[in-house]
Design a protein around this ligand. Structure first.
Ligand code: ZN
Length: 454
């Protein structure tokens, strides 16, 4: 297998351009439908924290983004953790005395507890039941279970199927391998004007689950493809890694350069019909936190902003005290707060194209708010400059004039555009547009050394 940090380029093709201009299209369902179709393509793959399901997932993402795959060998120590053996599965089933597959991995990859040890045995129903998991409260759903760091095996099934099992001898087979291989993650860097980076991360370790894992993967992939086509002040790093161990492995191998991460977002559960939830970084008031809160409020988006907690997705690792990166988490309904969470009901029908698109648009707005958050200087600060003679004055009382006046008043080299947007209550987009007009009118210039908002 490969050595640490070996990177393989996956077809950096031109397909990123296929999304160019999508936001300008009048057909509102279009991005959402494409996100949903992309998720449907990834849905059948049996992902876990290692193995070929992750590699295949990254290969599909690589059709949209210039992605590099990294392989971290099993047994590698990453901070307090060790990369586990690589797990791959070909087939698994439980057959009754008549030879009928009463539980069949081929029908749903959720039927096998992820990271189950290989098994080939015959046993009684009572012995088998010690390894079966169901959800009595939702008798038609299959639960999702894992046993990454404890040697065990098991099957998950609907409670109704469980109740149909009869006394007798069962044949139990899990045709899986646990070998010295590697953990795989994918990374895509889009260079910008500066080497300072914005990190966008999504986990890729859940099998056929949609809102939890694939919705974030899809929105991150399409954002990357879209940002490829735009001018960028920051460099953008997209990370697709298995949760916890993958993020920790990435941090361990990039410790020397994580200080370049100036802003970041973890994306997860972005396709359900709930309202948007933004979870602040550990810092609580980082620029990304302020931008997210202001964008969602000023754009009239129904949302909730919650404080940091050391539970959830990989913000737990990025915001661990040894790194304390300014990384928030963008979700709709958070993990564990919808009944379908970690069950077979988190499927393609559970995701809504409209909500996927709404998440895409709002994450993009937040990223643009930080990318454009520079500080400007008013070149005519003594009294208000006369806008009319420069053709900058629109109808009295229009929001456009107000944005121009706010930008002129607060552009004293000490206030960034986000500061001005917050203080005026106007959207970051309106403030940015006003600044662009004033620059073109010769009344404003970009400050050479931008003042950090933090
Ligand atoms: Zn999960």
């Amino acid at each position: 297998m490969s050595t640490i940090g070996r990177a393989t380029a996956i077809s950096p093709d031109q397909s990123g351009n296929q999304l160019a201009g999508l936001l300008d299209q009048k057909d509102p369902g279009r991005i959402g439908d494409r996100l949903h179709a992309f998720i449907a393509e990834l849905y059948p793959l049996c992902r876990s924290i290692t193995g070929d399901g992750v590699r295949e997932t990254l290969r599909v993402i690589g059709q949209h983004l210039p992605l590099k795959m990294h392989e971290i060998p099993s047994g590698t120590n990453v901070f307090d953790w060790t990369v586990p053996p690589e797990w791959n599965i070909r087939d698994a089933y439980v057959k009754d005395a008549d030879g009928v597959r009463v539980i069949d991995f081929q029908r749903s990859n959720l039927h096998v507890v992820s990271y189950s040890q290989p098994v080939k045995a015959r046993m009684s129903l009572n012995q088998l039941k010690e390894h079966l998991f169901t959800l009595p409260d939702h008798p038609d759903w299959i639960p999702y279970r894992t046993t990454y760091y404890r040697k065990d095996w098991g099957f998950c099934l609907s409670h109704r199927a469980y109740e149909r099992l009869r006394e007798g001898e069962y044949e139990v087979v899990i045709d899986a391998s646990m070998t010295s291989g590697s953990l795989t993650y994918g990374e895509c860097l889009l260079p910008g004007e500066t080497e300072d980076e914005v990190l966008v991360s999504a986990h890729v370790c859940h099998p056929s689950l949609c809102n939890d894992n694939l919705s974030g993967v899809a929105v991150a992939t399409f954002l990357g493809a879209y940002l490829l086509t735009l001018p960028r002040r920051y460099s953008y790093r997209f990370l697709f890694a298995p949760t916890t161990i993958g993020a920790i492995a990435w941090l361990a191998h990039n410790e020397h350069r994580v200080s370049r991460v100036r802003h970041g977002l973890v994306l997860s559960c972005v396709g359900d019909s709930g309202k948007i939830t933004y979870k602040r970084s550990r810092r609580g008031n980082a620029e990304i936190d302020r931008a997210a809160a202001h964008v969602l409020t000023s754009c009239g988006v129904e949302h909730k902003v919650v404080g940091f907690s050391p539970y959830g997705y990989d913000e737990r690792q990025f915001c661990s005290p040894g790194f304390d990166l300014p990384v928030g988490c963008f979700m709709r309904t958070p993990n564990g707060q919808f009944p379908e969470y970690h069950t077979s009901a988190d499927n393609l029908e559970f995701l809504k194209a409209e909500q996927l698109e709404d998440s895409f648009v709002n994450v993009l707005r937040i990223l643009q708010a930080v990318d454009r958050n520079e500080t400007y200087v008013n070149l005519q600060p003594k009294g208000e400059p006369q806008l009319g003679k420069r053709g900058l004055y629109s109808a009295p009382g229009s929001g456009e004039n107000l944005a121009l006046l706010w930008v002129l008043n607060l552009s004293d080299g000490k206030h960034s555009l986000l500061d001005i947007a917050e203080r005026s209550g106007l959207s970051c987009e309106a403030i940015y547009r006003a600044a662009q007009l004033l620059v073109r009118g010769g009344l404003l210039e970009r400050q050479r050394a931008p003042v950090s908002a933090e």
